[in-house]
Design a protein around this ligand. Structure first.
Ligand code: HH2
Length: 262
């Protein structure tokens, strides 16, 4: 499945500032659906390395009007990209049916209960630290084992709060407190994440590791993004979170055919 990224922020590293206006955001959501997106992921706070946390009111003020406008116009599920229970609760009431928590329930302990009460879906991501400082000194002895066991702990918390087992997706959190080699190890080890028994999402679209070794800027990272996305799907990703929906759809058509899956 393709999860199309819609950042309603001034500062996201790739699409920041493009969809701050509600009409522009809706237009991009509808465009992504027409291009083949299976889920639209609406975010109101950038979690790029170094990003500062914003208030609940500021984040909700960005995403809620967009969710309300999309509610009856978008024929696919909408997720809200937030780790804050107070934002998630308003978003679920406004039309989102999935909460995409990059922190895997580590930054706001009330989030699981909010998702459970609404009967929503939950994407559990992995992060080491918090966005502001996560890339300063990420450190692991065995990144794949540590991420898998942290995700397993978060799954337990979600289940204990009443989130349905079949509504949980796991995500290794590429770039969230991870060095280049950590991201590569996690991609190679996606099978261990899949072994947790839930669908696996990955977000690698235009992230800085796709700009190596030349340090190319986000606008020039699509070729490496598509190559890595193809391998991620072959290695176990079920959902890919991307900025470039039509390009991904075309690439994955061939990948699925090559894998004998379609
Ligand atoms: N990455 C970002 C945001 N949300 N959600 C999931 N499940 N997985 C990810 O890897 C992931 C995510 C960061 O990317 P982006 O939204 O493009 O940038 P920013 O945080 O600057 O808004």
């Amino acid at each position: 499945m393709i999860m199309g990224v819609l950042n309603v922020t001034p500062d996201s590293f790739s699409d920041g500032g493009r969809h701050l206006d509600v009409d522009l955001a809706c237009a991009r959501a509808l465009e992504m659906v027409a291009e083949g997106a299976d889920i639209i992921d609406v975010g109101g706070e950038s979690t790029r390395p170094g990003a500062l946390e914003i208030s609940v009111d500021e984040e909700a003020g960005r995403v809620i009007p967009v969710l309300a406008a999309l509610r009856d116009r978008v024929p696919v599920p909408i997720s809200v990209d937030t780790y804050k229970a107070a934002v998630a609760s308003q978003a679920l009431a406004a039309g989102a049916s999935i909460v995409n928590d990059i922190s895997g329930l580590t930054l706001d302990s009330a989030l699981a209960g909010v998702v459970a009460a609404a009967g929503g879906g939950l994407v559990i991501g992995h992060i080491q630290g918090v966005p502001r400082t996560m890339q300063r000194q990420p450190s692991y002895d065995d990144v794949v084992a540590e991420v898998a066991s942290a995700l397993a702990r978060s799954i337990e918390i979600a289940l204990a709060a009443g989130v349905a087992a079949d509504a949980i997706v796991v995500d290794p959190g590429l770039g969230f407190g991870k060095l280049f080699e950590h991201n590569l190890a996690l991609l190679r080890g996606l099978g261990d994440v899949a072994a947790l028994g839930h669908p696996v999402a990955v977000g690698l679209s235009r992230k800085s590791f796709t700009g190596q070794p030349d340090g190319v800027p986000p606008a020039e990272r699509l070729p490496a993004t598509l190559a890595a996305t193809a391998l991620a799907v072959a290695w176990g990703a079920d959902i890919v979170r991307v900025h470039d929906v039509i390009e991904t759809r075309r690439a994955l058509y061939l990948v699925d055919r090559m894998l004998g899956r379609a």
